[in-house]
Structures are given as structure tokens and as C-alpha cells.
Design a protein around this ligand. Structure first.
Ligand code: FES
Length: 144
């Protein structure tokens, strides 16, 4: 979560009771759209604009990080902490705003035997701006 500074504007999002763990709220303020997420009691805010083609990123489904130590044994970690862009599937870590998956950088490779293998690509697809979030007087507040 980004820290607030003295030059930022304080913006009340909602009463804390209206943003329970696992939920999100999208607010509009002076032409900006910002998604505020409650991840297990911790609050995070992201600019609601995907850096790829400017989709409303924060409206996308929540997922986790796909892991696995060998083929055929997939696992999902940090479930609910990754937001997937609703347009083309880029994924971002809600805690940091950093890209964790860019499907355009994953290639399918053909082999002579006829089977295909998905090759992992880099996750780097830029980052999404984050904002400081606080709980003040039982209200969720962001600093922009
Ligand atoms: S606009 Fe978000 S992945 Fe394309």
C-alpha cells in the first residue's frame, strides 16, 4: 500500500462496514476511477484503468497466482489478490499494482512429434498506479 503524503487529497470512499473482506468498491472522482479492495482486512486502491488498452481493470474477476512445481500439479496461491483485466486477461497484483501475467507474452510452441507446449513468458506488462488507503473514523479513506 502506498503511503499518504501532505500534498494529497483525502477522499472518503464509504463506511468501513460497506467494504468487508473480499469485497471491492469502485469510485469516480473528478474524472478518475479508482478501485478499492479489502483483502482479508487490508485495504488497497488501484487506478481503474488497465495499462494495455484502458479497460476498467478493477471490474475484472479476482484470481490468484498459478504455481506448481511440475507439469500436471497446478496450484493457486494468494487467491483473490490478483485482478484479471476483463478485456484481454492481463493480471495485476492488487497489493502492488504490478503486472503478474501478460498473455501476449506466452507463446505456443509446436514440436515435430505433434504436441504443443505453452512456454512461459515474462509477466512484465507495466504497473497500475496505486493509492494510499486508510481506515479513519470507521470510514475507508483514500489519498489521491
Ligand atoms: S485492456 Fe486490459 S488486457 Fe487489454
Amino acid at each position: 500500500m502506498a503511503a499518504a503524503t501532505n500534498t494529497q487529497m483525502r477522499l472518503v470512499v464509504c463506511p468501513a462496514a460497506e467494504l468487508p473482506p473480499g469485497s471491492r468498491r469502485i469510485i469516480e472522482h473528478e474524472g478518475r476511477s479508482i478501485g478499492v479492495f479489502n483483502l482479508g482486512g487490508q485495504l488497497f486502491a488501484l487506478k481503474n484503468v488497465c495499462p494495455h488498452k484502458y479497460a476498467p481493470l478493477c471490474e475484472g474477476p479476482l484470481t490468484g497466482l498459478a504455481t506448481g512445481d511440475r507439469p500436471g500439479t497446478p496450484a493457486l496461491e494468494r487467491v483473490g489478490e490478483i485482478v484479471r483485466c476483463p478485456w484481454h486477461g492481463w493480471e495485476f497484483d492488487i497489493r502492488t499494482g504490478r503486472s503478474v501475467f501478460n498473455p501476449h507474452r506466452v507463446r505456443t510452441k509446436s514440436y515435430p512429434a505433434g504436441f504443443e507446449c505453452i512456454e512461459p513468458g515474462g509477466g512484465a506488462a507495466g504497473s497500475v498506479e496505486t493509492f494510499a488507503v486508510a481506515l479513519e473514523d470507521r470510514h475507508v479513506v483514500i489519498y489521491i
